[in-house]
Structures are given as C-alpha cells and as structure tokens.
Design a protein around this ligand. Structure first.
Ligand code: ADP
Ligand code: MG
Length: 603
C-alpha cells in the first residue's frame, strides 16, 4: 500500500487533505449514496431507507437495520483509514465486502454537514456531528439497532466541486441508478427510496424476478426467464428477457461481478450476441446477470472508486457468458423449455416461421463461434463505466460516411443493386460499392424530420383513435411528472389519470402508426432510468433520437426496389450536416482500390 495520505497529512492541514482525498471517492451525490448503501449491506442490513432532497446536495439520508456501531467504533469509523474490513494486504484483493478502503465516511464527512447515529450491542446509541471534517459533538442517544447517516449541504466547502454538479434531474437519475443496482443485487433486502418525500421505490424483500419487476415494470415480468451456468469456477446466475422484449440502450441491462455492479461492453456484448438473430440488431434485452469469478482471475483494485475491472482471461469469460446465456435461452419457455415465472409454455411449433428460421440461423452461428474482436490481448479486457457503449469498429474498417457533406441528389443517383440480408441496400457508386444500413437510414430520416419540426415549433400531433392508458411504476411516474412539459413539447398529448396511470391521447404525427405505449415507455426510461453518465448529454435531441430509433423500420425487413429507391430519395431530402442520432454510419463505401487489393490485383 502506498503512503500517500500519510504524506499529505504531514504537509497539509488534515482537513484539507481530507477534502482533496474526498474528490477521489465522492464525485457526486450518487457516489455518497453508493458508499453508504455498500456499508449498510456490509453491516448485514435487511432493510434500507434512502431519502434524497434537492439534487442530493441538500440532504441525503441512508438508514439501515444492520449490526450498527458502538461509540468507539463509530468514532474510529469517521477517521481516515479506519476500516474493519482489511487486516492485511491480501484482503485488498478479495472483494467479498463491498467497500474496503476505509475512506468513504471520513471523505464524505469532510465535504458536508454529517450526522451519524448508530447503536451496536450496547444499550445506548451514539450520535456524531461533524462539520466539514471537524467533529463538533458526540452525544448519547436512544437509537434502534442499526445506523443512520445524514449528509447535508454536500460540497458546501468545496465550491469548485459543487460547480461540477449537473441539473437536478441528472444527479437524481444517477442516484436512482445506484439505488436500482443495489436493489437488483440484493432482492432479499427491503428497500425504500424517496425524493423530496415522494416515494420512488418501495420494494419488499423477495426473489430476483419480483425485484426486477419492481424496477423494470410489471409488464416485463412474464418476459423474464432464468439464466444459470457454471464452468471451471465461473458462475453465472440471474435472469434475462425473452427476445421480444428489448431496449435501444442497455438501460435495463445489469451486470454484477461478485456482487458488485459493473459495466462492461465486452460482457454486455457477450450476453446480447447469445441471442443471435433472435434479437434485433443494436437492441438490448432486460437482464440481471450475477457473475461470480474467483478472485485470482479478476482484479478490481485498479482505481479508487473501482469503476474499472480487469479480467485476466477476457476471452474465456466472454465465451462463458455467451454460451451460458445461449443455453439458457434454449431452455427458456420462450423456446419451449420449462420453468418460467409466467408459467407459460410455448413450443417451437407455434413460433412464426421467421423466428424459427432465426433460431436455425442462430444455432448454426453458435457452432461456428463468431470471432468477436476482444480488446487488448496482453493485459486482458479493460472495463469502464463509459455509457452508452460505442460500437466497436469491425476488424477491417471500410470507408465510413456519415453523410456530412453529401451533394444534393447524391444518394438517389446511385443505382440500386440489391438488398442484402434484409438489412442493407447495395448500390453502385462511382468509386465502387456502397452499402446503406436501412435501419440507420430510416432512423436518421425520422430523426431529422422530428428535429426540424421541433425546431420550427411545429410538432404536430395525431390523435389516437382510442386513448391509451398506461400504468407507471413510481420511478417512471416521477419522471413523467418532472418532464411532462417537455414530453408534451415533443408532440404527445397526455395527462395523469389518477392513481399511478397516465392517459395518452395523441402522439407526434411524424410517428403515426407507432405503438404509443412503447414509445412513451422508452422515453420515460430515458428520463428515469438512465444513469448520470448517460444523461450528461441530456438534450431534446437525445429524446428525439430515442423516438426516431423506436419508430424506424428495423433491420431484417425485406424491401422492394421501389421502397429502396424511395429511401434513397428521402436520404437526399434531409440535412445530413447534423449529427447522426446514434453516431453510427448510415452509408459505407468499399472503393475499387480496396477490392483490387483484396483480390490480389494490387500490392
Ligand atoms: P470501509 O467501508 O472501506 O471499511 P468506510 O469509511 O466506508 O470504510 O467505513 C468505515 C467503517 O465504519 C467500516 O469498516 C465499518 O466498520 C463502519 N461502518 C460504516 N458504515 C456502517 C454501517 N452502516 N453499519 C455498521 N458499521 C458501519
Ligand atoms: Mg465503505
């Protein structure tokens, strides 16, 4: 271990050193909630309460019914590098307890008005009041077994950090994300979560399926089936959704490594690729996957806030997850297996032809084991909290064209050659061969139309023949209330309908024909579920992109020549200078020179 902090204490006033160190642990209100919840779980809590006021900077309160602390322990707990969880250096590499740095409490206490109330085995409880790292009072109090920590005015004495905080909804979304991850990791623990006295989550202890339904919404419940598998010390358990439930982002995709939430593009890809063609491209299932890996093949102690995890054998892990999920899909009721929370059972015979074909395809691919390019051979894969995952480039990258400076009439001037795999339009270009991703193109067209209409304040509505009533869980209802005006400005006509439901009377006319309920759910998920990092670029344009993505023709859709030509004309009609909604190319070109090289006609 290094002696950096000891060094700091020598040359700096200790409370300043604390505040500097706090920056590593306490990035934002959500990190406070995360640290406190981890401590509560480590203390064996069976019930957690999280209350947030303002955007978390005003007041955060976390209480638990765990084993609590006696007076001496409580005083030690707020001292730097006081921890009951590390005894020797080897412990640093074990991650059985959720926190292990012994820095969280002192760090949080150094940048806030901090009150800790707790009772362990003794009859009386203890209350410590700390302001900006200075212990002001130690009191004896009556307190039930357990611990309550109240953090007020976070960053009041570090204005620079306070400035970094984002809008209230962004910080709240990040906190919600933390709470949801904990809730999914520990369905056996009761959780209450509220914001400004509004209850956002009230989940009794239950099983993982019930907990997932509380978070993802009741309708997802019948779509979930179990995942489990074990091989060579690796274990995977949890649940995942049938291929007909999916999202445009991994907003319902949760991965836990030895009990700790992680985000990892490669492993997310491993699980989603297991669906093969059953899942539409660029879509993500709902999933809660609990991965257990022996400590000697994972190194979590890379960064102080442990966002990054390294795997010694990333390829093995990738295969293990892909194969386990694939086998679980095969056993799932959806494909005629048994054992489902919904009790429903479907046989392959009753599946539509397209799906059966997809399964067949999928099986073939499974045996030929597609070689997904994994990052960096030597040090193993590196994971981070970057979201959304950007697409990995293909191994051989052809020229990409996002359409930035397409001359007018360009696309429709290309003769259409064919449609490939019901997904790509092949065109003859002056330089060689052009490929258009039909879904990306359509999404882009829809997006541009929405954007123009919104900018011009001409988001017209189309009345629904039958208004749609939707039941919302507390988190989405809160998101709806907070963003109702913005949602209306996008062309929806909707209102609360008593209880937990809302009624939708109209949707944007540019999206006519889309499933109103599904559109709104995706939109509300955007607002409610996406964690802070994903909300950083929060803007109307992102919302429009979500709508466009949902309303656009999927890949795997046969188009005739007329339709393909129509799409090319529509591509000409839009302003390609703006950013592509999901930042991926609509058109790529393989030049003649490249073809000649590949055919060995040229060096
Ligand atoms: P760490 O979790 O890395 O040990 P913390 O600063 O988060 O460091 O906590 C310091 C110590 O305070 C913990 O090791 C634990 O003994 C005690 N502690 C913190 N929170 C709680 C709690 N909710 N219940 C019981 N003990 C706690
Ligand atoms: Mg801790």
């Amino acid at each position: 271990m290094n002696d950096r902090n000891i060094h700091h204490v020598r040359i700096l006033d200790p409370s300043l050193a604390d505040r500097i160190a706090a920056g590593e642990v306490v990035e934002r209100p959500a990190s406070v909630v995360k640290e406190l919840l981890e401590n509560s779980l480590d203390a064996g809590a069976t019930k957690l309460v999280v209350r947030v006021e303002g955007y978390g900077a005003k007041r955060i309160l976390v209480s638990d019914d765990g084993h609590g602390m006696d007076r001496e322990d409580a005083r030690l707990a707020v001292m730097r590098h006081a921890t009951s969880k590390i005894r020797n250096e080897n412990d640093l590499f074990a991650i059985d307890t959720l926190g292990f740095r012994g820095e969280a409490l002192p760090s949080i206490a150094s940048v806030s008005l901090f009150t800790l109330s707790t009772r362990g085995e003794s009859e009386t409880g203890t209350r410590l009041v700390i302001e900006g790292g200075e212990l002001r009072r130690t009191e004896e109090v009556a307190y039930p077994r357990g611990t309550e920590i109240e953090v007020r005015e976070l960053f009041y004495n570090t204005p620079a950090r306070k400035k970094f905080m984002k809008a209230e909804s962004t910080e709240l979304a990040a906190i919600t994300d933390v709470v949801q991850r904990v809730a999914l990791a520990r369905p056996d623990v009761r959780i209450l979560y509220s914001h400004n006295d509004r209850e956002l989550l009230n989940a009794p202890a239950g099983d993982l399926f019930e907990r997932a339904a509380a978070i993802f919404g009741k309708k997802v419940y019948p779509k979930l089936f179990p995942v489990s598998g074990e091989r060579g010390g690796l274990r995977l358990n949890g649940l995942i959704s049938a291929p007909d439930h999916h999202r445009p982002s991994p907003s319902q995709f949760y991965l836990f490594l030895n009990g700790r939430p992680i985000r990892d593009r490669s492993l997310t890809h491993a699980a989603t690729s297991a669906y093969g063609t059953l899942l539409e491209p660029k879509r993500f299932p709902a999933a809660v996957l609990m991965l257990e890996i022996p400590h000697d093949i994972v190194d979590v102690n890379v960064h102080p806030t442990k966002h990054e995890v390294r795997f010694r054998d990333a390829r093995l892990l990738y295969r293990f997850i892909q194969e386990t999920v694939r086998e679980s899909i095969g056993r799932s009721p959806w494909l005629g297996g048994v054992g489902t929370p919904s009790g429903e059972r479907r046989t392959p015979d009753s599946l539509p032809e397209r799906v059966r074909q997809a399964i067949f395809e999928h099986g073939r691919r499974a045996s030929s084991q597609s070689a997904f390019p994994l990052p960096g051979g030597k040090g193993g894969a590196r994971s981070s909290t970057d979201f959304p995952p950007t697409e990995r480039p293909l191994a051989t990258e052809p020229a990409e064209f996002h359409g930035e400076c397409a001359p007018p009439g360009l696309f429709s001037s290309f003769p259409v050659l064919a449609q490939l795999h019901n997904s790509y339009i092949l065109v003859h270009t002056p330089n060689g061969l052009g490929l258009i991703d039909q879904h990306a193109a359509h999404e882009r067209i829809t997006f541009e139309r929405l954007r123009k209409a919104h900018q011009a304040g001409e988001m017209r509505r189309q009345m629904l023949l039958f208004p749609v009533r939707m039941d919302l869980d507390a988190i989405r209802l809160a998101a709806f209330r907070e963003h109702a005006e913005e949602i209306r400005s996008l062309g929806f006509d909707l209102e609360e309908f008593g209880g937990d439901s809302i009624q939708v009377r109209a949707i944007p006319d540019l999206l006519a024909g889309s499933d109103a309920e599904a559109l709104l759910r995706e939109l509300l998920d955007d607002y409610a579920l996406q964690g802070g990092s994903r909300m950083a670029e929060d803007s109307i344009e992102n919302r429009l992109a979500t709508l466009a993505c949902h309303a656009s023709v999927r890949a795997n859709h046969a188009l005739n020549y007329e339709q393909m030509n129509a799409l090319l004309h529509q591509m000409d009609a839009i302003d390609f200078a703006a950013a592509c909604p999901h930042g991926r190319p609509v058109f790529i070109e393989i030049g003649l020179a490249e073809l000649e090289k590949r055919f060995g006609r040229r060096g």
